[in-house]
Design a binder for this molecule. Structure first.
Ligand code: FAD
Ligand code: N01
Length: 563
């Protein structure tokens, strides 16, 4: 346990803090060294690491059990879109060797099984409060700790507050007129009932065309009587080429896991074995604009749609990108038999690769089935949701079940919906009014001892998240251990370090298709009406970012100040 700091610890920040008399401690308040919010992979791993330091730790989780993303997103077809052998923890060799993945890109049930196995192996549940939503957290300058309030009104105090609240954990319900008028059952892919939903003999209307819808539609179409897919922005989806794994494959991976993990940590995106199509990546140096029409077509035929993203100029040059997009649309026209349906599914007006890549199993082919229809909202916008379905400018569509596959308030949503107050009672929402600000995506100036796991300003959602989660939780753990060893009570970034990092994060994203004005991705916050448009994750790559974080530590936690 740490000792409480002196009030004098704060006197070096004149004008930035208001030191008042310590509040009387309520007898009902619980005290811990650290509180972690969220029991997904981040919160669970952080708990395991901090426990090992000998800290008293409590995890507060609004859901009914562990798993985070994989607890909430149980919609049909939900699965990983990168090889799960790489989307797994690397810190424990026995865990690594004892777990057998059955598919290249495991489905939600198998990933949730893995999360449960992890929780049981390390006996994590005994330190987790479920059904416990954190609504507010205020830094108490007198006590140098965080006062954390949950929805039931209970207060928990902790020296360290670690927000492991997830980047894609706040479902976004599209604000469509009449949203509450539909008379039948309504679902969100990110809040799917654990008991499942029976689509047999049902007419299903589904709004959205991102990863969730692309995964769900082919599976729902297997049993539903009809599927009506309402698409405002069709995606550039590529085949996942998922397949079962056999013993020989698993044995080979297990034998060389160490080198695979090392390569993952040093890589750009945290996964190294396969490209998005399940083939060994050939990053080919040729630009698409340097090839003839025949050469482009030949490469597409040989390597599939993923080849379009491997041309270097496609990532940075909008003319090159549009050339790739034309080829993409040609491919859709060849996959989808009905020309009107093909046209409804064709992405237009935004660059390939500016959004999170979507991969699928039989997505375009599913629209060749007679009971599956794509409604092109670019041609007939939704006017309202009615008691029986959706009215567009052209027609009334009737169905029995309505699904919102409309995404998330990504990266910042889970943090800004909690009333977080730092020094001087300053709200994080206010600090982030013009977009999220942090140093290394780990901490914000004015919010001592508050850490974010895979927060904005870190590689986070641009990477294999398990690699980034391990790196962040390890960094936070090492930092807390170093503070204990050196008798420090508080850490927070210097304002100048935060400014410089925010500028760097913005600078490296410029000049890529990710920040093109025609791109409205959730990376930019553009999917949420009124949200500040700013590229939130760090595009520099997990390897370079890891080195930067290590260098900061090696230089005596450069850019941070301790008290
Ligand atoms: P989460 O799993 O989101 O967990 C956060 C937890 O915090 C949640 O349980 C939530 O209930 C809880 N919480 C939030 N706010 C509060 C609060 N105020 N009070 C209490 N509890 C709170 N990433 C990849 O790298 N590869 C993939 O293939 C991949 N597939 C994905 C598929 C889907 C459908 C989705 C939605 C995301 C996917 N991701 C993928 C991203 C995924 O979110 C991460 O990989 C990872 O699971 C995040 O773990 P986490 O613990 O950081 O966050
Ligand atoms: O959400 P999205 P998602 N009217 O934001 C539409 C991860 N993930 O849940 O672009 C009509 O991508 C919206 O249209 P538009 C992954 O990181 C991974 O699918 O706003 N439509 C869009 O089509 C992913 O990127 C996997 O015009 C409206 C859709 O809803 C992230 O989670 C699987 C609308 C939302 O797409 C989010 O994916 C699932 C409106 N008013 C998720 N409002 C894997 O495969 C919104 N839309 C690993």
């Amino acid at each position: 346990m740490f000792s409480q700091p002196d009030r004098d610890d704060y006197t070096d920040r004149k004008g930035e803090n208001t030191v008042t008399e310590p509040a009387a401690e309520s007898s009902t308040e619980r005290l811990f060294d650290a509180v972690i919010v969220g029991a997904g992979f981040s919160g669970m791993y952080q708990l395991h690491r901090l426990r090992a330091l000998g800290l008293s730790v409590r995890v507060l989780e609004q859901g009914g059990d562990i798993g985070g993303t994989w607890y909430w997103n149980r919609y049909p077809g939900a699965r990983c879109d990168i090889p799960t052998i790489e989307y797994s923890f690397s810190f424990d060799k026995t865990l690594e060797q004892s777990w057998d993945w059955h598919e290249l890109m495991a489905g939600q049930p198998e990933i949730l099984d893995y999360a449960n196995h992890f929780a049981e192996r390390f006996d994590l549940r005994r330190d987790i409060d479920f059904d416990t939503e954190v609504t507010a957290a205020a830094f108490d300058e007198n006590r140098a700790d965080w006062r954390i309030t949950t929805a039931d009104g209970a207060v928990t105090r902790a020296r360290y507050l670690i927000m492991a609240t997830g980047c894609l954990s706040v479902p976004h319900w599209a604000d469509i007129p009449g949203r509450d008028e539909f008379a039948g059952p309504v679902f969100h892919t990110g809040l799917w009932p654990a008991a499942g939903v029976d689509h047999r003999s049902q007419r299903v209307g589904i709004i959205g065309a991102g990863s969730s819808a692309v995964q769900a539609i082919p599976v729902i179409a297997e049993t539903a009587a009809q599927v009506l897919s309402f698409q405002r922005t069709p995606v550039y989806s590529m085949p996942a080429n998922n397949h079962p794994l056999d013993d020989a494959f698993r044995a080979d991976i297990k034998a060389r896991y160490d080198s695979i993990r090392a390569a993952q940590r040093a890589s750009m995106a945290g996964f190294v074995l396969y490209g998005v199509q399940g083939k060994v990546q050939d990053m080919g140096a040729a630009n698409i604009l340097d090839l003839s029409v025949e050469e482009r077509r030949a490469r597409l035929d040989a390597e599939g749609l993923a080849s379009l993203r491997r041309y270097p100029d496609v990532a940075v040059d909008l003319t090159a990108n549009e050339t790739a997009c034309d080829l993409f649309r040609e491919e859709i026209a060849s996959l989808v038999e009905d020309p009107d349906t093909a046209s409804a599914l064709m992405p237009r007006g935004y660059p390939l690769g500016c959004k999170r890549q979507v991969v699928d199993t039989n997505y375009y082919e599913t629209f060749n089935r007679p009971h599956v229809e794509a409604i092109d909202l670019r041609a007939e916008p939704i006017e309202r949701i009615t008691a029986t379905g959706i009215r567009t400018s052209r027609a009334d569509y009737e169905f029995d079940q309505l699904i919102f596959a409309t995404g998330f308030d990504a990266m910042t949503g889970a943090l800004t919906r909690v009333d977080i107050r730092g020094r001087g009672n300053r709200a994080l929402r206010e600090h982030w009014e013009a977009g999220p600000r942090s140093y290394l995506g780990l901490q914000a100036h004015g919010f001592p001892n508050l850490f974010t796991v895979t927060g904005p300003g870190s590689p986070s959602v641009l990477s294999n998240m398990l690699v980034s989660i391990e790196q962040h939780c390890d960094w936070i753990t090492d930092c807390i251990a170093a503070m204990r060893d050196n008798g420090h009570a508080l850490i927070e970034p210097e304002r100048a370090a935060e400014d410089a990092w925010v500028e760097h994060v913005n600078a490296v994203a410029q000049g890529t298709v990710l920040t093109a004005p025609s791109c409205n991705s959730w990376y930019l916050g553009a999917n949420i009406p009124g949200k500040t448009r700013l590229f939130m994750p760090y595009i520099g790559g997990v390897g370079a970012y890891r080195e930067k974080c290590a260098a900061v530590v090696a230089n005596g936690y450069e850019g941070f100040r301790f008290a």
